[in-house]
Design a protein around this ligand. Structure first.
Ligand code: ADP
Length: 262
């Protein structure tokens, strides 16, 4: 690597210092590479809706006689919506890491219940796919409500979008963790794609996801939110369909033994 300092042999202070310096430089270089790749992926992703906008506006400006104004304007609006969606997701991604000071004690059960209600509302996109909950009452964690809602939203969206009949949501807790599982009965995710789907802008089934308005950022955002909460988001083995599990540290119970209320 170009920036490495020479490492003298042996194990004295200078040698150790040189090794530490090189390890730090390696990490920095990796991080710069990742940022670089991300900027280039983001630019690439923004290009498609911008091209869509341009084509429709050009038709309207240059061939007004041959262009159906309403169709072209609707198509341009869809491109603008898509641009807005990508930009909002990119902003959210940048904010997640700095959200720690917004964390507060919250009832994860209540948050999941309200998320499910939103997804079953008649105005929701795939509301016809039922969501069957099995939730342990009053599971408490420390978290940023808006970010956890967004994480859950992404999982429920994906599950309802891919399910054939139903989605199952389970929330349990052991002595120090909450585990939330969202499972659907759709085509599932092949083992070889299970890490890739968490990468930014990855879509396993490109045509379908793009049609459905996905940005390919949903699961990247979801995993980032889980990590910011000192938790994990993983895909489990499942005989059929896809099954995601979010694990979060439980809020320590009050030490004074104050009674719970029902
Ligand atoms: P998108 O916004 O495109 O949905 P995501 O990051 O949420 O992006 O998901 C990435 C890809 O992972 C999706 O395009 C899809 O191919 C796959 N995927 C996500 N959830 C599921 C699921 N429940 N069942 C099958 N495939 C899924």
């Amino acid at each position: 690597l170009s920036h490495r300092v020479p490492e003298p042999p042996g194990d004295d202070e200078v040698a150790r210092l040189a090794r530490t310096a090189n390890a730090t430089l390696d990490r920095l270089e990796r991080s710069v590479r990742v940022q670089h790749q991300f900027a280039s992926d983001a630019a690439h992703e923004l290009r498609t809706p911008i091209a869509g906008l341009r084509v429709n506006l050009e038709d309207l400006a240059m061939h007004p006689q041959d262009t159906d104004v309403e169709t072209a304007a609707q198509a341009a609006l869809r491109s603008a919506d898509r641009l807005e969606g990508i930009v909002a997701d990119l902003l959210l991604l940048a904010q997640i890491g700095t959200g720690a000071d917004l964390a507060e004690p919250l009832d994860l059960t209540a948050l999941v219940e309200s998320g499910i209600r939103d997804h079953q509302a008649p105005s929701a996109q795939n509301h016809a796919i039922p969501i069957r909950p099995r939730l342990t009452p009053r599971v408490r964690v420390q978290g940023v409500p808006a970010h956890l809602q967004r994480l859950l939203d992404g999982l429920l969206d994906n599950a309802q979008r891919h399910a054939t009949e139903a989605v199952e949501v389970e929330l349990v807790s052991d002595h120090d963790h909450a585990a939330l599982t969202v499972a659907d009965d759709g085509p599932g995710i092949p083992p070889e794609d299970r890490e890739r789907v968490f990468e930014r802008f990855t879509r396993v089934d490109t045509a379908r996801s793009r049609d459905a308005g996905g940005t390919g950022l949903g699961l990247a955002i979801a995993r980032e939110i889980a990590s910011a909460h000192r938790g994990t988001l993983t895909i489990d083995d499942s005989p059929s369909g896809a099954r995601f599990t979010l694990r979060l540290p439980l809020l320590a119970p009050p030490s004074d033994g104050s009674p719970g209320t029902r």
